[in-house]
Ligand binder design. Structure first.
Ligand SMILES: [Zn+2]
Ligand SMILES: [Zn+2]
Length: 561
């Protein structure tokens, strides 16, 4: 099915309900889901994903392309954010100007969103409505109920969306944690009651659908962290996801229990600590020791919390490992604890950090050494529990790569329920007798370059990658009105090693070669800027390849006087 560029071209039928993922289905991150009914739209989550080795250089943040919604902007009744993780709220301040719809979320998420909107200068413009957990609100034709589950951040909400006689349970990110440390336990009675009320569709998290068992509890993780930290004779530095308030709470308690004081390094940890305290979490978190007072505190009494659990080069942990942190130098026999998982794609960065730390004789503890991290997403037994409680007719796996969604669909089928597969851009009619794909809309990825969002397929970004891969050769030639050279052609390389060849003689030889190529050119080619550039690029490119074995990007500056 060919995707359409404008969602108005989809033959929506009044009285039917449609589900359209624009991000997060078939990939990890960048969640953005759309529901449509009777000409009205409801958006659930507006997230980002992060650049990796496969994205063009300099693109760290990626947003979903929502251009397909342009023509229906006035019909978007609300943007609901399920929780405050970057893959759910991170693109709000980048994309809101294209949506201009009111935003609904619970207090912790609102606090995170407010900080982002404030940094983008949008705070006064965005109608941001705080919703109490458990609320039920009419948003256009969509009746939306918030159901708080457990995850790895405060206030992870599922949504019960009732519209046109349909009942959809949109899980958001969740797990079943009986001891989540911060925030409430999940309400199993409410989930069972919802099952009794007749849930028809579940749109659900697939992240761990290929992992058997249960994801484990934050309480077990706290115990494992305590067992690791209590044994350490000297300074301990722990890194974890800054938004994991439960983990921070555990570390605060462990500091107290092991006679240590807490110091925090890294802006995002400060931001999340502040947000959590302002919204009623981390009530017993100890007072922090400022970095300037660390010298007065014995190493054995220090517990450092540092940002950068994924080896982010500018974060505190990477700077500590390199010995470049302005406020603290790790010393031999200190311990660094990575209370986090390695997100695929970050392995190299992290292994390098482990090596740097080991060189300094700093002990490194990761989740391979002790159970010091638990995932925030449901493993297969949790999925089974949920589907046995809700007993939906159909489950639509989202939030995962194809292999996760496919494992999720298989589990659903084994449970005797219907599975409806979607990927970004599919328009699925939530038909109770059989969900059906009725069309496809354009989707894509926009990279943040400075302050602009650019399609990753944009020529400027493929040029950037070509420059990063092969460097640049520039050639400047000045021709008079008889197409004769006025000065010697100027050749310059950027980012191209010349190997054994002296760079100046290389430039000189290429300049002479240019003169010869021009002499042999037909007057017709010489008269045409395009043909002249193309001929020079082809012939000089071949020479450079022959001499240096590389093929840099070429730029021919042609001046005619
Ligand atoms: Zn997520
Ligand atoms: Zn999440």
């Amino acid at each position: 099915m060919k995707p359409v560029a404008n969602i108005s071209q989809i033959p929506f039928v009044d009285g039917q309900v449609y589900f359209i993922p624009l991000g997060g289905s078939g990939e990890i991150g960048m969640n953005l889901n759309v529901y449509q009914c009777n000409g009205e739209f409801l958006l659930v989550d507006v997230g980002i994903t992060f650049g990796d080795d496969s994205t063009p250089p300099g693109i760290d943040v990626i947003c979903p392309d929502i251009s397909v919604l342009r023509s229906v902007r006035d019909q978007i009744r609300a943007i609901v954010i399920t929780h405050a993780h970057e893959d759910h709220v991170g693109a709000l301040h980048y994309l809101w100007s294209q949506l201009k719809a009111p935003v609904y979320c619970t207090a912790f998420t609102a606090s995170v969103a407010r900080r982002k909107l404030g940094e983008a200068g949008l705070l006064g413009q965005v109608p941001l409505h705080e919703v109490a957990p458990g609320s039920r609100i009419q948003l256009g034709c969509f009746d939306v109920e918030w159901v708080t589950l457990t995850h790895s951040i405060p206030e992870p909400n599922a949504l019960v969306i009732r519209v046109a006689g349909r009942i959809v349970f949109h899980t958001g990110d969740w797990k079943l944690d009986p001891h989540p440390i911060e925030g409430d336990d999940y309400d199993d009675k409410r989930l069972l009651a919802l099952g009794d009320s007749g849930i028809e569709f579940v749109v659900g998290d697939s992240t761990n659908a290929n992992i058997e068992g249960w994801s484990g509890s934050e309480a077990e993780c706290r115990q494992a962290l305590l067992e690791v930290i209590v044994k350490q004779p000297n300074r301990v530095a722990v890194t974890c996801f800054s938004s994991n308030t439960a983990r921070l709470s555990s570390l605060g308690d462990i500091a107290r229990e092991t006679g240590r004081r807490v110091t925090v390094l890294g802006r995002s940890l400060f931001n999340y600590l502040q947000t959590a305290k302002a919204t009623g979490y981390l009530k017993n978190f100890p007072d922090l020791v400022p970095t300037e007072d660390l010298d007065y505190l014995p190493r054995s009494e220090q517990l450092i919390l540092a940002t950068g659990s994924q080896g982010e080069p500018r974060a505190a942990m990477a700077r500590l490992a390199k010995g470049e942190h302005q406020d603290l130098l790790l010393e031999p026999e200190d311990t660094v604890v990575f209370s986090s998982k390695v997100i695929p794609g970050n392995e190299k960065k992290l292994y390098r950090l482990y090596d740097l730390l080991s060189q300094k004789n700093v002990r490194v503890v990761t989740e391979n050494d002790a159970a010091i991290h638990v995932s925030g997403h449901p493993c297969r037994d949790e999925l089974r529990w949920m589907y046995r409680a809700l007993r939906p007719r159909y489950v639509i796996p989202v939030h995962g790569e194809e292999r996760h969604m496919s494992a999720h669909a298989d589990l659903v089928t084994d449970e005797g329920l219907g599975a409806a597969r979607v990927t970004n851009g599919d328009v699925l009619e939530l038909n109770i007798s059989e969900p059906s794909l009725i069309g496809r809309v354009h989707t894509g990825r926009l990279g943040l370059s400075g302050s602009s969002l650019v399609p990753l397929s944009d020529r400027s970004l493929s040029e950037r990658r070509a420059l990063a891969d092969g460097g640049l050769m520039t050639l400047t030639i000045v021709l008079d009105n008889k197409t004769r050279l006025v000065t010697e052609p100027q050749v310059q390389f950027i980012g191209v090693p010349s190997g054994d060849i002296d760079p100046e003689s290389l430039n000189r030889d290429l300049s002479h070669a240019t003169e010869e190529i021009l002499l042999e050119m037909s007057s017709r080619t010489l008269q045409s800027d395009d043909s002249l550039r193309a001929t020079l690029q082809r012939e000089l490119g071949a020479l450079v390849r022959q001499w240096l074995g590389v093929k840099p990007k070429q730029l021919v500056n042609l001046v005619r006087i």
